[in-house]
Write a protein that binds this ligand. Structure first.
Ligand SMILES: Nc1ncnc2c1ncn2[C@@H]1O[C@H](COP(=O)(O)OP(=O)(O)OP(=O)(O)O)[C@@H](O)[C@H]1O
Ligand SMILES: [Mg+2]
Length: 374
């Protein structure tokens, strides 16, 4: 609670109104480096105070999108709007966005204090105000005791906080974060992501946050934009993206372990069924015949030790216990499926188990386009 009060104070003390809300919009952005297409027709709207996460694999164009928003890169086509105003031709400084880079980009010869103070000095804020603002921000981020140190004398987690402090010290219109947690160890990453999410909600600044870590995206985002090969594949809430992926890439990228994706075909013989390996599953869903990719999450696969209606046999390849549950990899006619089972389920290697799918967990994707066909 103390932290909430403090951050409100922080914004009030800045001498501005508490309301620091902006919208951000990308309209049909393309970016080419020579002949290489880094971004293709990227359109995205981020609402006031929203925490938007750009999620995608390495090289998908996430940093390029942030750099275009910040004005560090100009798009080949398309425009960037902040608060409805076209800023495509404005310099980074004129856009009033703050970016936390992948490598923090702290100045090594400057103290932590001077690193945080820099954006205010550049804007010619008076000395007393700078001092007050730096100390308040440092307290908010719990780095007051390291203000006198150099970046090389502090830990990775502390460097990360200094970089965040430097970004928030001047109440920008938009925060841009480029994988800010990637240099932290696993435990610190989890605590820091909670801290950052909380901080963003308290400061209520429109934010675009880049990561390739789907669990980071799921836990932090108001909405996620999934990026692959320079294109936006789906923009939605984490829950919606998890439940209804619109594309086979999104389906395989979200979730850990990921959705099982099985190539097969839809056949008609009275009713409709999905056929793969030596298995035929009858479906209630109306779907066109032909080649498809079926997707099913581990928690939607049911394992039993006895044959039941609609089930088919498989052989346990391996089981990975995780406290209260286990992930069981089952070989079905050469296809490996990962199922989530109760920890008490007996899943000895090479034993036979009986597999069935929860129908509501079944997804189908076009083999040609990868798009959802339900
Ligand atoms: N200045 C540049 N000149 C040429 N190609 C570039 C340039 N900047 C980026 N690229 C290319 O554009 C693509 C997207 O790069 P980008 O840095 O945006 O990816 P990313 O999604 O941030 O990846 P990572 O997760 O590895 O940081 C990559 O293939 C990259 O090699
Ligand atoms: Mg990057």
């Amino acid at each position: 609670m103390h932290r909430i009060e403090f951050s409100k104070q922080l914004i009030l003390h800045a001498g501005r109104k508490v309301k620091v809300l902006s919208t951000l919009e990308l309209r049909s952005i393309s970016k080419r480096f020579g002949t290489f297409v880094a971004l293709e027709d990227v359109s995205l709207r981020v609402e006031e105070g929203e925490f938007m996460v750009l999620l995608g694999p390495s090289g998908s164009g996430k940093t390029t999108i942030l750099r275009v928003i910040a004005g560090l890169e100009s798009p080949t086509e398309g425009s960037v709007l902040i608060d409805g105003k076209d800023v495509t031709n404005l310099s980074p400084k004129e856009r009033d966005v703050a970016m936390v880079f992948q490598n923090y980009a702290l100045y090594p010869h400057m103290s932590v204090y001077d690193n945080i103070a820099l954006p205010l000095r550049v804007r010619r804020v008076d000395r007393a105000s700078i001092d007050k603002k730096v100390r308040e921000t440092a307290e908010l981020l719990q780095i007051t005791d390291i203000l006198g140190k150099k970046p090389s004398e502090i830990s990775g987690g502390e460097q990360q906080r200094v970089a965040v402090a430097r970004a928030i010290v001047r109440n920008p219109k938009v925060f841009l974060f480029d994988e800010p947690l990637s240099n932290l160890d696993a435990k610190l990453r989890v605590t820091t992501r909670g801290f950052l999410k909380r901080l963003q909600k308290e400061l209520h600044v429109t934010t675009v946050y880049v990561t390739h870590d789907q669990s980071e995206a799921m836990t932090m985002a108001d909405r996620i934009a999934v990026i692959n090969r320079g294109r936006v594949l789906q923009v939605s809430t984490p829950t919606e993206i998890y439940r209804n992926p619109s594309d086979v890439f999104v389906a395989g990228f979200i979730g850990s372990p990921p959705m099982n994706l099985i190539e097969g075909r839809i056949e008609r013989n009275g009713g409709r069924s999905f056929v793969f390996a030596n298995v035929r599953i009858s479906l209630k869903k109306a779907i066109q015949e032909g080649e498809v990719i079926m997707g099913i999450r581990p928690e939607d696969i049911v394992l039993k030790d006895k044959m039941e209606d609609g089930a088919f046999p498989g052989k346990v390849y391996v089981s990975e216990p995780l406290g209260n549950i286990q992930y069981v990899t089952v070989d079905v006619g050469g296809i490996k499926l990962v199922a989530q089972a109760d920890i008490d389920f007996r899943a000895e290697i090479n034993s036979t188990v009986f597999v069935s799918f929860k129908e509501r967990g079944i997804h189908f994707f076009s083999k040609e386009t990868g798009k959802s066909v339900i």
